[in-house]
Ligand binder design. Sequence first.
Ligand code: UD1
Ligand code: CA
Length: 413
Amino acid sequence: MPSSLMHTHVVILAAGKGTRMKSARSKVLHRVAGQPMIEHVLAAADALSARTTTVVVGHQAESLKSALAGHPGLTFVVQEPQLGTAHALLTTESALRGQTGTLVLLSGDVPLLSANTLKTLLDTHTATQASATVITAVVDNPQGYGRIVRGSAESGQRIARIVEEKDASPDEREIREINSGIYAFALEGLYDAVRSIAAENAQNEYYLPDLVEIFRRQGMGVETVTVPNANEIRGINSRIELAAVSRIVRNQKNAELMAAGVTIEDPATAYIDRDVTIGPDTIVHPGVSLEGQTSIGAGCEIHTGVRIVNSQIGDHVQVFNHCVITDSVVANDVNIGAGTITCNYDGVNKNTTTIEDGAFIGSDSQLIAPVRVGKGSYVAAGSSITDDVPPEALAIARGKQVNKEGWVSRRKK
Ligand code: UD1
Ligand code: CA
């Protein structure tokens, strides 16, 4: 069949227990840069315009299914018990019965894979008409990954097999080319080959990487695509790896923002989610969190310890230290004093605070939503604002101070 008419089917493995996370939650629901890691995988898979997308679930299957309810196109298959990655793929057989073309197998715990790399995988796989194509990378520290064993120089150093770390000889452990756990397979004959995999290894599991050796022995084509940026295929198996991968995503986001003209004083302590936008000449001080669907205009200054969630901030806005701003719409040229909190949640609903152009919010104020602070108005420091403030007005909403003269000396008597 001409390659242009070949369909692509995506399978995402997400049934494993994630033992090393030591978590009651499904591993793939742990968040990387504000998004469950499997959402990153689904976003990359989108680029393949696959005919079907199947997610293999098992451990915490129900919570995973409901977390992914927003993706109507997904098919779920349950793998119970979880006997390894080959066994996981086998559970998709009936869902994909009768389908032809290419199966792209993704791992729910490898969230940084780019759409471009997936396209390269598919292009290489189609162009070479291989039975299997494996994404690999050469890394400094291959610990924990399957190693790519290649044949002799005379044979063109083609991939011969993949050996898991626990089954590897000391020499094999020295190999620095690793298996990403991401593959393209020709669907034809795939499931029969997977069925022939045995669980004769250190973990008594059915290893999907064993397919490489099976195919090679049968003289079938196995190709590799080696990614230049090994970070893309980092897998997450522990909280330490979760933090490391999150750091990579943050660094990337910070770099993009800085390249676009945003000053980030201390990138190591800037926590800026993937979807956040910031205009040029805005300065982000240390220890700032910008989360969810947040946009910040140009020429703003966001001081230390500020947290902004799902809010739209205009141009030339000053947000002083330790403000918490959630579900707010802030116009231009606004000044928000230190320690201001927008109280958006009444226990049932989230409400919006709106701050209009040129408003000045005194320090340590609470803006109790839904509330609107009018154009050019002032809110006195320490106010709890529950009612709208008209344009150009001064709102003072705090207990009046009483000074009891001589109180200390009277008390001492
Ligand atoms: C796997 C590969 C290894 C590769 C690494 C890349 C195997 C045997 N090894 O190792 O060569 O370098 O990924 O990250 O495949 N899963 C199931 N059902 C199961 C077992 C696992 O759905 O029965 C899912 C997991 O939820 C996970 C993925 O498959 O999303 C990979 O499983 P994991 O146990 O993390 O494999 P690794 O030990 O990382
Ligand atoms: Ca893994």
